[in-house]
Ligand binder design. Structure first.
Ligand code: ATP
Length: 270
């Protein structure tokens, strides 16, 4: 991936199969992303304006970023990734310039997906700033709105944004023609946890005694990120026990699991 002043660009290698669970969501996203990017001329033929933005919301570590990357991979789209927090922390005017520049470059190499992580930081409700003058956030938001409105003529560009604070997003962004689709990315249920464990042990040497179904049952409130960590740690425990080990056993998974506490609270599981 190339990096230009805080933006990374690449066509990601992650596929839908690398994401455990979330089958309905993957299907919705697939249509929403692949259609407008791959068939933009069909949309203009019928005079239908394609979707311009999708907001993904849900607790941290539950694959919002990974979904956006898989969508870009499926559409073979260039993936421009920007962090709301990073834009916010730039010098006056620099964040806006970076935003405009990213949209410009995305047009040149379309199909493209522009992904905003921590979108609430730059798309926070206006008028909540402490001072009377326009705040950094307000200027970034108005630049983003201008760029998104300009996408009308641009073909094959889609904006995806992720947040775990959807209520903090300014209503102006939620109007049709901006974030037309809002998708909730939930924490994994037992079935999804099993699928996630399967994804992350795919390339690992694990013994027959490892019961992923049971581990899935016993990891309530674990996020995908935590389950991924659990698999990696189990491997490390096996190696720490015996550096010449060639297989990971159930007891290694159990050791790690009993030392972990899920970060999500029961309130975060809807
Ligand atoms: P944040 O809000 O913190 O940015 P996020 O929702 O964007 O989090 P990701 O960055 O996509 O989460 O996921 C973090 C890690 O967890 C990734 O490396 C990914 O491999 C793993 N992960 C999360 N959910 C899943 C899943 N459903 N299947 C496979 N891996 C997952």
């Amino acid at each position: 991936p190339s990096i230009t002043r805080g933006v990374t660009v690449e066509i990601p290698k992650i596929s839908w199969d690398d994401i455990g669970g979330l089958n309905d969501l993957k299907k919705k996203l697939k249509q929403a992303v692949e259609w407008p990017l791959k068939h933009s001329e069909a949309f203009s033929r019928l005079g239908v304006s394609p979707m311009r933005g999708i907001l993904l919301h849900g607790p941290p570590g539950c694959s919002k970023t990974t979904l956006a990357k898989a969508a870009a991979h499926a559409a073979q789209a260039s993936f421009f990734s920007l962090s709301g927090a990073e834009l916010f922390s730039m010098y006056v005017g620099e964040g806006e310039a970076l935003l405009r520049n990213t949209f410009h470059r995305a047009r040149l190499v379309a199909p493209s997906i522009i992904f905003f992580d921590e979108a609430d930081v730059i798309a926070a409700k206006r008028g909540t700033g402490s001072s009377g003058s326009t705040t950094v956030g307000e200027r970034l938001l108005s630049t983003l709105l201008t760029e998104m409105d300009g996408l009308e003529e641009a073909k094959g560009i889609l904006v995806l944004a992720a947040t775990n604070r959807p209520h903090a997003i300014d209503a102006a962004l939620m109007r049709p023609g901006r974030f037309d689709l809002v998708l909730y990315v939930p924490p994994p249920d037992e079935e999804a946890r099993f699928e996630i464990l399967r994804v992350h042990t795919r390339g690992m040497k694990i013994d027959k005694d490892v019961d992923l179904k049971q581990i899935a049952r016993e990891t309530e409130r674990f996020t995908g990120a935590e389950l991924e960590g659990l698999c990696r740690e189990a491997g490390i425990v096996a190696l720490r026990e015996n550096i010449t080990a060639n297989i990971i056993h159930n007891r290694h998974f159990q050791t790690v699991k009993s030392s972990l506490n899920p970060a999500l609270t029961p309130q975060e599981i809807e």
